[in-house]
Design a binder for this molecule. Structure first.
Ligand code: GDP
Ligand code: IMO
Ligand code: MG
Length: 445
C-alpha cells in the first residue's frame, strides 16, 4: 500500500500535521503538493511543540525524505528560516527536496495579497496574507516564476521584468504603493540559488522511483476540502487544489497509483477567515469550544470560528476525495459538553432558495441531505441537528476504543455512519501517542 494521501475534510486545522507525523515512522517520503506557508501545522513530540508552515510535517521523522512538490508555492525566505529554526533544534533537514517546477512567491505578491485584502474591506476573503492567491494567479496566467528559473539569470530577469509591468501598475495606481525594481527582486531570488541547488528535483520522477522500489510515499495536503479552489466554498477558499486529486497534479504522480486516501476530520468544526459556515456557534458554546480546543491559528494567531460537527461536510469530503479512512481528531475537546449536536442536513427558507439542485420543498423550507450546489443556498443554510449525550470522563489516556465512555463510542460510531467512511484513528490529545488506532493506516517500513 505505498501511496497514501492525507487531506483535510473540513475547513483546515483538523490536525493533518499530527496525523502525518504519526505515520512518519511508517513511510519513506512525505510530499507536500499544494499551498505554501499559509498552512500551519502544530506537532507535539514528547511535550515539545513544533509549528510548521511550509515544510512537510514528515520532516520531523528521522529517515524520511520530505519533498516540496510542483503544486506548492514557495516563499524562499520562509523556506530557509524554517530550515534554520529546525536545524537549531536538532532536526536534520538535509534530505529535503524541492521541485524544479514549484513556483516561488516573490515579495511583490505578498504585498499585493495584503493590500488587496485591505482594499476589499468588508468583501475581503480573510487570507493569511502570505502571497498565495497572487502567486497561483500568476501561475495560471503564465506569469509566474519557478524554482528552476532562478538558475538562469537572464531568463529570471526577463520573467521578473515582464511580471513587474502589470504588478507595478497595480501597486502604484490602484494601491498607492511604491514601484518595485526588477533588480531588487532578481537579487533577492538569486541569493538563494547556492543553498537551493542541491535540493532541486523532478518530484514526479523521485516519487515514481520510490513507488517502483516498493517504498511508501505519504502525500500531505495543506488546507482542506472546503477550502479547495474548485470544490470549496468559492470565493472563500484558498487558491490551490487541496483535495486528493491535487496530490497527482501537484506532484507528478499518476492518479492510479493512489492506494489510500485519509480524511482528517475534527470532532467539531472550525474555520479561519471569512465565508459561510452553517454550524457556526456565535454564543458561549462556540467560545467554550474555542477555549477547550485552543482554537487559535498557528499561522496568523486569529481566533478560529467554532461550531458543531457537520456530517454533510464529512459526506461531501468522502465523495470528493474518495476517502478510504478517516482520522477523527480532538475528541477529547468535547469532554464536558452536556449535549453534542451533529448536523445531518440543511434547510433553506423557500423564499431565498435558488431552485438549483435536489433540495426537497416542505412547507416554507427547502431541505438538503447533500452539499447544496448553489453557494447562495449554502450561505442561507441552517443546520438540521441531531443531539447526542456527552460524557464527563477524561479520555486523554484512552488507547483502545472500548476504553472510551459509552457516550463517546456512540458519538464516534454515529459520525462514522453519517459520513460514510470508517473512522480508523481517534485523536484524544495533541501528543504523538495520544491516539486510538482501530485500523493501521500504513504498513510498517
Ligand atoms: P493542521 O493544520 O490540520 O495540521 O492542524 P493544526 O496544527 O493547525 O491544528 C490542530 C491542533 O490540534 C494542533 O494544535 C494539534 O497539536 C492539535 N491536535 C491534533 N490532534 C489533537 C487531538 O486529538 N486532541 C487535541 N486536544 N489536540 C489535537
Ligand atoms: P492548514 O494547512 C485554515 C484560509 C484563510 C482564508 C482562506 C484563503 O493549517 O489547515 P490564503 O492565504 O490561502 O489565500 O487564504 O483560506 N486558510 C486556512 N484556514 N487552515 C489553513 O491551513 C489555511 N490556509 C488558508 O484563513 O480564509
Ligand atoms: Mg493548521
Amino acid at each position: 500500500m505505498p501511496a497514501i494521501v492525507i487531506v483535510g475534510a473540513q475547513w483546515g486545522d483538523e490536525g493533518k500535521g499530527k496525523a502525518t507525523d504519526q505515520l512518519g515512522a511508517r513511510v519513506d517520503h512525505v510530499v507536500k503538493f499544494n499551498g505554501g506557508n499559509n498552512a500551519g501545522h502544530t506537532v507535539v513530540i514528547d511535550g515539545e511543540k513544533y509549528a510548521l508552515h511550509l515544510l512537510p510535517s514528515g520532516i520531523l521523522t528521522p529517515g524520511v525524505t520530505p519533498i516540496i512538490a510542483n503544486g506548492v508555492v514557495v516563499d524562499l525566505a520562509v523556506l530557509f528560516e524554517e530550515i534554520e529554526a529546525l536545524e537549531a533544534r536538532g532536526v536534520d533537514t538535509s534530505k529535503l527536496k524541492v521541485s524544479a517546477n514549484a513556483h516561488v512567491i516573490p515579495s511583490y505578491n505578498t504585498t499585493l495579497d495584503k493590500v488587496s485584502e485591505r482594499f476589499l474591506g468588508k468583501r475581503k476573503i480573510g487570507t493569511t496574507g502570505r502571497g498565495i492567491g497572487p502567486s497561483y494567479a500568476d501561475k495560471m496566467n503564465r506569469a509566474g516564476i519557478r524554482v528552476q528559473d532562478l538558475f538562469d539569470e537572464s531568463i529570471l530577469r526577463q520573467k521578473v521584468e515582464a511580471a513587474l509591468v502589470l504588478k507595478n501598475e497595480l501597486l502604484v495606481k490602484t494601491y498607492n504603493r511604491r514601484a518595485v525594481e526588477a533588480d531588487e527582486v532578481v537579487t533577492e531570488l538569486r541569493s538563494y540559488v547556492d543553498r537551493l541547488r542541491p535540493m532541486v528535483v523532478d518530484s514526479g520522477l523521485e516519487i515514481a522511483r520510490a513507488l517502483d522500489a516498493g517504498e511508501t510515499v505519504l502525500f500531505e495536503a495543506g488546507q482542506a476540502t472546503m477550502l479547495d479552489v474548485d470544490h470549496g466554498t468559492y470565493p472563500f477558499v484558498t487558491s490551490s487544489s487541496c483535495v486528493a486529486a491535487g496530490a497527482s497534479t501537484g506532484s507528478g504522480m499518476a492518479p492510479g497509483r493512489i492506494d489510500r486516501v485519509v480524511g482528517i476530520f475534527k470532532a467539531y468544526t472550525t474555520r479561519v477567515g471569512e465565508g459561510p459556515f452553517p454550524t457556526e456557534l456565535l454564543d458561549e458554546t462556540g467560545d467554550a469550544l474555542r477555549e477547550a480546543g485552543f482554537e487559535f491559528g498557528t499561522t496568523t494567531g486569529r481566533p478560529r470560528r467554532c461550531g458543531w460537527a457537520d456530517a454533510l461536510v464529512g459526506r461531501y469530503a468522502t465523495r470528493v476525495n474518495g476517502l478510504t479512512d478517516m482520522v477523527l481528531t480532538k475528541l477529547d475537546t468535547l469532554t464536558g459538553f452536556e449535549t453534542l449536536r451533529v448536523a445531518t442536513g440543511y434547510r433553506v427558507p423557500a423564499a431565498k432558495a435558488s431552485g438549483l439542485g435536489d433540495g426537497r420543498r416542505e412547507g416554507e423550507w427547502v431541505y438538503f441531505d447533500e452539499m447544496p450546489m448553489s453557494q447562495s443556498d449554502f450561505h442561507h443554510a441552517e443546520p438540521v441537528y441531531e443531539d447526542h449525550a456527552g460524557w464527563t470522563e477524561d479520555i486523554t489516556g484512552c488507547r483502545a476504543f472500548d476504553e472510551l465512555p459509552q457516550a463517546a463510542q456512540d458519538y464516534v460510531l454515529r459520525l462514522e455512519e453519517l459520513v460514510g467512511t470508517r473512522i480508523s484513528v481517534i485523536g484524544v490529545g495533541p501528543g504523538r501517542e495520544q491516539s486510538i488506532v482501530r485500523h493501521e493506516l500504513a504498513p510498517g517500513r
